[in-house]
Design a binder for this molecule. Structure first.
Ligand code: AMP
Length: 318
């Protein structure tokens, strides 16, 4: 693993730096990418600093908008990925054309794909690592830099609820808040849903199946999404919904994609679920992971595995 100082020295050496994050971005993916990009632009106005993705920011366009990039931009460029554990999840394949690749991430390092990396899987958000980096290397921390980083941290900590949140997280967000950003606006942007999304959440609660062990699942079919006029990307607002119920300790939300396969969300309050996700073309954190299912048979199998792990966890904690 490289140090912040080593990464900073590489940044100094390159005149073009292109930042990538993961596909289907969440606030931490966009926030870590935007926070780093904006700070580097302020520090090095003479460099070309670009944010690349698949222009799939969706409802999160308020955090950051991607730049247009072509293969030519990557000639001799430094590429930095944030919040992205494996190459299959790097948004936009053009990253391969860079000269040097640096990974900055908080997922378990399942695929050490970069030339240099800084990975801390105990950090609650990649945005927290970026904030640490900016502070340690004395890089600009203006409101425009702090805003996406704060969004990323409250997004990935569930507003300071998940167990990786520490006193250090609060030290960092205090520094971000001290820049004068509107933290109420950011929290509202993250939490507020549209009427249709609220109806989708109601649908999850209505049709959710709960096993007596405390595992639950809900399937959002293409038809259900079409009836409400939402696309599958907007369904991620339902992922935390089952967890608001006391007795549910692990759950899956399956969202049917236009091609009939399913995007799988795993969440947990205790049982470790990223090893389960890894069996189904996925991965992630111990308590928050994602995967893919080809059909309803695989959906059924995934939930059966979740029930098994939840039962084992309950037995251990009786
Ligand atoms: P999600 O359920 O999509 O919000 O993802 C939860 C966590 O799992 C995030 O940290 C994602 O980066 C990670 N994740 C989601 N889908 C995948 C996947 N197919 N492969 C690896 N990691 C994933």
């Amino acid at each position: 693993m490289s140090t912040f100082a080593e990464i900073y020295r590489k940044i100094e050496q390159y005149s073009t730096i292109i930042l990538h994050r993961h596909t289907s971005p969440d606030p931490d993916a966009l926030g870590s990418q935007a926070g780093l990009a904006r700070s580097l632009k302020l520090k090095f106005p003479e460099k070309r600093i670009l944010c690349a993705g698949e222009n799939d920011e969706g409802d999160l366009i308020w955090i950051n908008k991607m730049d247009k990039v072509t293969a030519a931009d990557y000639r001799g460029a430094l590429v930095i990925t944030t919040d992205t554990a494996n190459t299959a999840r790097i948004a936009n394949d053009l990253y391969r054309h860079g000269n040097l690749l640096i990974k900055i991430d908080h997922h378990p390092d399942v695929e050490p794909y970069a030339d240099m990396s800084y990975v801390d899987d105990q950090a609650p958000a990649a945005s927290q690592i970026i904030a640490d980096f900016l502070i340690e290397e004395n890089l600009p921390l203006t409101p425009a830099v702090a805003y996406p980083l704060y969004a990323g941290i409250i997004g990935d900590t569930g507003r300071f609820m998940y167990p990786e949140t520490t006193a250090h997280t609060f030290n960092i967000v205090a520094k971000l808040a001290a820049t004068g950003i509107n933290i109420t606006e950011i929290a509202r942007n993250i939490s507020d849903v549209t009427f249709v999304q609220a109806k989708l959440q109601a649908e999850v609660l209505d049709y959710m199946k709960v096993d007596p062990c405390g595992a639950a699942y809900a399937v959002l079919s293409k038809d259900a999404l079409a009836k409400l006029g939402v696309d599958s990307n907007q369904a991620s607002c339902t992922v935390a919904t089952p967890g608001r119920i006391k007795d549910i300790i692990a759950w899956n939300v399956f969202v049917e994609k236009p091609d009939g396969t399913y995007r799988v969300h795993y969440r947990s309050k205790g049982p470790v679920i990223n090893e389960l996700a890894a069996k189904h073309d996925g991965g992630g954190h111990a308590l928050a992971s994602g995967a893919n299912a080809q059909d309803l048979a695989e959906v059924k199998q995934i939930f059966a595995e979740l029930v098994q792990v939840t039962k084992e966890y309950q037995k251990k904690h009786e």
